[in-house]
Write a protein that binds this ligand. Structure first.
Ligand code: SF4
Length: 73
């Protein structure tokens, strides 16, 4: 379980935009997203979550569909 970061995805948002799921998988530099078994949806790869660089590329791709939460400070 990640200690520093939590990444929440809302697939009800992501599935509304064609290829957004693919884009999330592609855009994250540390591979936090993988395609889910259902179409146009992603899953979070828990073991990679603490590698998150807070680059915001995922939230820029879908401000409503992904939330990156810092668990520290
Ligand atoms: S902020 Fe960057 S590193 Fe973190 S999950 Fe989003 S795309 Fe990946």
């Amino acid at each position: 379980m990640a200690m520093f970061i939590r990444v929440d995805v809302d697939n009800t948002v992501i599935e509304k935009t064609a290829s957004l799921a693919d884009k999330l998988v592609e855009v994250c530099p540390v591979k936090i997203f993988k395609l889910a078994s259902q179409p146009n949806a992603v899953e979070v790869v828990e073991e990679n979550v603490d590698e998150c660089t807070l680059c915001d590329l995922c939230t820029q791709a879908t401000p409503e569909g992904v939330r990156v939460v810092k668990l520290y400070e």
